[in-house]
Ligand binder design. Sequence first.
Ligand code: ZN
Length: 463
Amino acid sequence: MTIKLHNTKSRKKEVFAPIDPDTVRMYVCGPTVYDRAHLGNARPVVVFDVLYRLLRHTYGADHVTYVRNFTDVDDKINARAAESGRAIGEITEETIQWFLDDMGALGVLEPNHMPRATQYIPQMVAMIEDLIAKGHAYEAEGHVLFAVDSWREQYGKLSGRSVDDMIAGARVEVAPYKKNPMDFVLWKPSTPDLPGWGSPWGRGRPGWHIECSAMAHELLGESFDIHGGGNDLMFPHHENEIAQSCCAHPEGDFARVWMHNEMLQVEGKKMSKSLGNFFTVRDLLEQGVPGEVIRFVFLSTHYRKPMDWTVEKAREAEVTLRKWYRQIGLAEAGTGKVHPQVELELSNDLNTHGALTECHVLSNSNDVTTLRASMRVLGFLENGIPDWAMVPGFSDAETGLVRYLLQEREHARRKKDFERADRIRDGMARAGVVVKDTVGEPEFEKTARFDVNLLDELWGNTP
Ligand SMILES: [Zn+2]
């Protein structure tokens, strides 16, 4: 199976060929941990979870290494600690667990490595020393800055801007110690009340961008296959990651394929606190929107298009999933294969919308084992059929009762004893059994108000 992925670097869809087919390597920028993930934060997590699943499906589960970091040192975290009076470690620990729980509810697999920035400070310091030694960084007033001019020709290629354009249009932080306003911080000094680590430049803490470069290098090497994230990270974060990594390790080429997902909107509008349409994944889960439904809505839009979250889409997704889960729940267990069309759609730059369309076809043709396998590769059914969609099955005795009553109804109809046939039908409805007359054998389902005693009574009273 050939996988094609859109590479932001070349602005083209390219045939994906891993550097080492035995270990496909992927890095995705993870959250800064100081608060609950909002719905927009969850989009890249789900998008790259589908890619991870596709890679595992294609190359084998043991042949993919996926790294997603936690940024647990950041000024936003420091500010949260200061305003709440709580310890930084307590806040980051709690937020990491929230994140894992919330993403787990969306059916997201945990990556192979989830490095925390604070565990890789020595690697960051070593990388910064290397950049200084190679003439790509300089120390100024306790800060270490990356010298953009030392890499001017390359800087900006990912996002397609020149350094001059960026200076003209960017909200760059002007500081007297910067040689070029575009130079960015690799290391900054910490006051005693802020987290800090010893370094050749005094007690301080790392800049955000160096974290990803150091952790990706440590866990994936100089060159790896895929780097992902939201397109809001393309500049400056990813541009800076490339500059640091390629200058520190010119023998490698850092990430070969860069993938960026588009942003999320709510009912056609940008999600923002001022518009009152800002909510977290946890908010939705607590309102009773199942995680699988959130996942379904996300996957119904291609990752490179803006995703519009609407209540109507969530409602439709729930109806569809309920139907599919019910079909799977009622069917005999059996092993099916992912439908080739689903593989084809996903291999075509993660066309999750196309894959879901094919699942509709499978459901309509009642190809339940293929539907089950296809849903699994999309990240549904990870823990079986969720409780909210569960239709409890009939026990053997109950099935026997229902079948007997259906036979009796059929006899009555044949003898044109419609009164008796209707009596049985109404009695079954009262007992909470829904009967669907089909061309072949009638189908029957249990409802929540099923009462076996009423069914038993009906059996006893049906001469
Ligand atoms: Zn990053």
